[in-house]
Design a binder for this molecule. Structure first.
Ligand code: PEP
Ligand code: MG
Length: 603
């Protein structure tokens, strides 16, 4: 079958009729066919209220803060637009320059400020009134260029109101069926709100391949693309749209020929998925008889059906952040216990590995009410945040200890960088145990094992010491790659440099795995490479026998394991670990993978 025509890599603004193709990074495979829904197109409802004379100055400051924040957001987009290739980047830059002008000392900003003082109303309402007046003036001028600017002005107004209200933007309430969501950005919290029965797939301008949004897309089985060039707010709501998450393409207004091509591609993708699904009850054993434990990563409790359907041996990583997302308060001990209990019961004797709250970076729940700090990836996050706010950690530990009565659970600590952190958690657990016992609340006996995520280079280098204080290791290659190479995993502009095959990353994985094996504690890999069959031989050759991944990937990794000779893989990895160059490493790995015997259809 031939690929459909690719009209342009640098498309002009989208009309309702012409087919347009946009390119980005495919982060979750598959084909979505549906109608475009623009994430930023929802109208923001603004409440109007009066402001007392002595509060007017505060209100003006609040507005100035919202403008400054909007300007920072647009600067970020401008930087990214400049790195886009061809005229799409240029076109986007012009648009964003205009946004930036509107946020300077413009008529809009001056007008809103004046309305707050003179009309004594809240800033959101002042923005709304000023925008309405400007738009009315433009519309009366009968000038095509100015008419086209109306949407830009409204867009700036929506951004200001969102910054002012700090309300979570929930645009997914009235989605068309088979919605193809086109957005500037989707946060992991937004992605958690997507209903896979309504949403066919999504594409965003911002975001990297290892961002949590991309991970969620893979978990939900939604075809997805990030780093979309030139799309921005140039598409129209409701136009037919196709997402090819494998190739990283969005096609708006596809021709009949294109639709035929993608319907057939989607059917092939789904057929292959069904074939792989038949592997769910077959064990993951290499050709030379080594059994590998394949577990699932879980980001939302709703995914548990998929975990069971994929034949996972257990949950190797429950990202507990879902308990804290899209709400204004913190979950109580009872609430957490209730949620975890449902999972433990469904797992029916399989182990549930619960990671304590990994807040920070690209996933800071609103309920915590903390700012991001100057460098969120290196700031007060994950286990550091839990130790700084012991009430958060202790509530979570109490819920886990209680749920451990009903089935096997393990506790996993994110972003550990020192033995002291492990000791502090063990002390906190001791206190929680004493408190629960005093209240005669039943808790797990023996106490659940406490494991360490190895995802900070310093932790990998100190793996020997950490192994002595840990009951198990889980190597988080997503963050380990990010921190080792100093590449923001959520930034599409450096996504091409994000490379788990870099020799430094591989040495840290090897070092950690060997430390765990020496200390005789279990060690798994739960980063995204665990779910990609390209890396299976490499990880097994490094001594890993437990992999945890998006449930949907288990069958394809199992298939790879069943075609793999562990002795040969170990020999190849020895050669790979002597290479100084990631390109050569990739070649040696890909050649090894290409030589494997494919399984017959259906196995
Ligand atoms: C990792 O960093 O590899 C990991 C599994 O944790 P997360 O992706 O949730 O940061
Ligand atoms: Mg991590």
């Amino acid at each position: 079958m031939t690929a459909p025509p690719d009209p342009s890599r640098n498309p002009p603004a989208v009309s309702r009729q012409t087919e347009q193709v946009f390119h980005g990074l495919g982060v979750s495979p598959g084909v979505a066919i549906g109608v475009a829904h623009l994430h930023d197109s929802g109208n923001v409802t603004v409440q109007e209220y009066s402001i007392a004379a002595d509060r007017l100055e505060c209100e003006r400051v609040r507005f100035a803060d919202a403008v400054a924040r909007a300007s920072r957001q647009v600067s970020l987009l401008q930087r990214r637009a400049r790195s886009l290739p061809g005229s799409s980047g240029e076109e986007l830059s012009y648009l964003l320059d205009a946004y930036q002008q509107m946020l300077k000392n413009s008529r809009l900003v001056r007008g809103v400020d004046r309305r707050i003082s003179e009309e004594k109303i809240n800033a959101e309402a002042a923005v709304q009134r000023e925008i309405d007046q400007i738009v009315q003036g433009f519309a009366a001028m009968d000038d095509a260029y100015l008419a086209a600017r109306i949407e830009d002005i409204r867009d700036v107004g929506r951004r200001l109101v969102r910054n002012l209200t700090k309300t979570h933007f929930e645009p997914f309430a009235q989605l068309p069926k088979n919605a193809v969501i086109l957005a500037e950005e989707l946060t992991p919290a937004d992605t958690a709100l997507l209903d896979p029965t309504k949403v066919a797939g999504f594409a965003t301008v911002l975001g990297g391949t290892a961002s949590h949004t991309a991970i969620m897309a893979r978990s939900l089985g939604l075809p997805a693309i990030v780093g979309m060039t030139g799309l921005s707010n140039r598409a129209s709501e409701g136009v037919p749209a196709v997402i090819d998450g494998t190739e990283g393409k969005v096609i708006l207004n596809p021709t009949d020929e294109t639709l035929v091509f993608y319907r057939s591609k989607r059917a092939e993708f789904l057929k292959r998925r069904r074939q792989l699904h038949r592997l769910r009850k077959i064990p993951a054993i290499t050709l030379d008889g080594a059994t590998i434990s394949l577990q699932a990563n879980l980001e939302l409790s709703a995914e548990i059906d998929g975990v069971l359907a994929a034949g996972a041996a257990g949950v190797g990583l429950l990202r507990s952040e879902f308990l804290y997302m899209n709400r204004q308060d913190l979950p109580s001990e009872d609430e957490q216990y209730g949620e975890l209990l449902k999972l433990v019961q469904r797992l029916d004797g399989r182990t549930l590995t619960i990671r304590t709250l990994d807040a920070g970076g690209d996933k800071m729940p609103q309920a915590l009410g903390f700012g991001e700090g100057p460098n969120p990836a290196l700031g007060l996050r994950a286990i550091r945040l839990s130790l700084k706010h012991p009430e958060i950690l202790e509530t979570q530990l109490a819920a886990i200890l209680r749920v451990g009565v009903h089935g096997p659970v393990r506790i996993l600590l994110p972003m550990v960088s020192s033995v002291e952190e492990l000791q502090a958690v063990r002390d906190a657990m001791g206190q929680v145990v004493r408190r629960l016992k005093r209240r005669h609340v039943p808790i797990a006996t023996p106490l659940p094992p406490i494991g360490t995520m190895i995802e900070v280079p310093g932790a990998a280098l100190a793996a020997d010491a950490l192994a002595r204080h840990s009951d198990f290791f889980a190597i988080g290659t997503n963050d380990l790659t990010q921190y080792t190479l100093a590449i923001d995993r959520a930034d599409e502009s450096v996504a091409h440099l994000y490379n788990p095959l870099h020799p430094a990353v591989l040495r840290l994985i090897q070092f950690s795995a060997e430390a765990a094996l020496r200390a005789r504690i279990p060690v798994s890999v739960c980063g995204e490479i665990a779910g990609d069959p390209r890396y299976t031989a490499l990880l097994l050759g490094l001594g890993i026998r437990e992999l945890s991944m998006a449930a949907a990937n288990i069958p394809q990794v199992k298939q790879r394991i069943r075609t793999l000779d562990l002795v040969a893989a170990t020999r190849r990895v020895r050669v790979i670990m002597d290479q100084p160059d990631s390109r050569r490493i990739a070649q040696l790995l890909d050649d090894f993978n290409a030589d494997c015997v494919p399984l017959s259809d259906g196995e």
